[in-house]
Design a protein around this ligand. Structure first.
Ligand SMILES: Cc1cc2nc3c(=O)[nH]c(=O)nc-3n(C[C@H](O)[C@H](O)[C@H](O)COP(=O)(O)OP(=O)(O)OC[C@H]3O[C@@H](n4cnc5c(N)ncnc54)[C@H](O)[C@@H]3O)c2cc1C
Length: 376
């Protein structure tokens, strides 16, 4: 393989490129990145970047080995027969191996400039600017992003209402952890409303959020954190998508297309329970590493096996989670600290899950606890 093109210049693409170089790939390596800045840690956008006193600078991600970086350029289509990627400046870039790592885009509900979402550095910069003016904010969605932005907005002095059907974060982290973080949010002054949203519209003075009850909430701005969609528009005519999804095997190879791998938030992982995505940072890292092997070594490459890991920073505490905590009420085993103090290491051995809230905890040890190792 002489020429490898990596579309998407963020953690999954960079990890794949770095691994290719570490594995001895000596050919041409070219990154195409739609953002016109060097790759950076995206999770900081809803954490460090929203802290009072934070600057808009985020340290870039390190990368190793020689590569050509075409930043501020977007891939607009793919011709698998000619083996070329077409860029937005009409360049047709030839490849022998292709890595697709274009991540995803935030969903939004309106075209209004008073509706904010958060995916890219540029989004974080405008969001922060606006939050510094202390607007009344309605946050739609009580997932990790909605809750982190709520925490940041409160810290910057905003009046925040968060709308979510059910306890925020409980769908992601189960009722125990979700409940604790929701308590912290309420104590910090967030008004949490257990409701869906019927519609959102811009008014003369701000935004109106209509609830199924008919009640209309007025706010200056809306932040929408209702999930993301894989960035696959540029692949629409490529023949790669199955039911509009980019499906990969256990070595990140795009099904039915030799020489093409995909990694990170953009792809769906084929599995016994049907296709699923794993749009978190450490999965993107792991998938980038595995994709490099899938491209160079085919069936001889290692398969993906990374345990699920997620962290969040909000309300002044850090939470780390290994595995999937139970979605129903199941009392955990407390390994350290206490639930009442909201500072603990706990686990659910039956579910292969463990969590550390407000505790220093090396991630490998958390994984071992989740896998049933004796606590030490
Ligand atoms: C605000 C925020 C906070 C997060 N916090 C956490 C957290 O606390 N913990 C956690 O585990 N995960 C977190 N995540 C998720 C994590 O950041 C993602 O899983 C990870 O960034 C995925 O990496 P990726 O390389 O697949 O995609 P991305 O990081 O999305 O990068 C994709 C890149 O491809 C570029 N691109 C898209 N289309 C094209 C194209 N056609 N041509 C060229 N380039 C293109 C995009 O501009 C982007 O730069 C967070 C995500 C966000 C948005």
């Amino acid at each position: 393989m002489e020429r490898i093109v990596i579309v998407g210049h963020s953690i999954a693409g960079l990890t794949c490129g770095d691994t290719l170089r570490q594995r001895g790939f000596a050919g041409e390596l070219t990154y195409i990145g739609a953002e016109d800045v060097p790759a950076y840690p995206r999770p900081s956008l809803s954490k460090a970047a929203l802290l009072p006193g934070a600057g808009s600078d985020i340290a870039p991600l390190p990368s190793f080995g020689e590569a050509t970086e075409l930043l501020g350029r977007r891939a607009v289509s793919l011709d698998t027969a000619a083996r070329t990627v077409l860029l937005d400046d009409t360049t047709a870039l030839p490849y022998d191996g292709l890595v697709i790592a274009t991540g995803s885009r935030a969903r939004r509900l309106t075209d209004s400039p008073r509706e904010f979402t958060l995916r890219f550095l540029a989004d974080a910069q405008v969001l922060r600017e606006r939050l510094l003016q202390r607007p009344r904010v309605s946050i739609i969605g009580g997932g990790p992003l909605g809750m982190e932005v709520a925490s940041g907005a409160v810290g910057l002095g905003c009046e925040v209402t968060l709308l979510n059907p059910g306890v925020p974060l409980s769908q992601h982290l189960g009722p125990l952890l979700g409940g604790i973080l929701a308590e912290l949010a309420a104590e910090a002054g967030v008004r949490i409303l257990d409701t869906l949203v019927e519609s959102v519209a811009e008014t003369d003075t701000g935004m109106a959020v209509t609830l199924p009850s008919g009640e209309v909430l007025a706010s200056d701005i809306v932040f929408t954190g209702i999930g993301d969609d894989p960035d696959v528009g540029w692949l629409a005519d490529s023949g790669l998508l199955i039911d509009a999804r980019l499906l990969v095997d256990t070595r990140q190879r795009v099904l039915g297309h030799p020489g093409i791998v995909a990694c990170g938030d953009v792809c769906w992982i084929d599995g016994p329970d049907g296709p699923r995505r794993s749009p978190v940072w450490t999965s993107a890292l792991e998938q980038g590493r595995i994709a490099a092997g899938g491209l160079l070594d085919g069936d001889a490459a290692p398969e993906r096996h990374h345990p699920f890991y997620f962290w969040t920073d909000q309300w002044g505490v850090n939470l780390k989670v290994s595995g999937t905590p139970p979605r129903e009420e199941v009392a955990p085993e407390v390994v350290e600290g206490s639930l009442e103090e909201r500072s603990f290491i706990i686990r659910w051995p039956e579910h292969g899950a463990a969590a550390a809230l407000d505790r220093r905890m090396p991630v490998p040890r958390l994984h071992r606890l989740a896998a049933g190792a004796t606590p030490r």
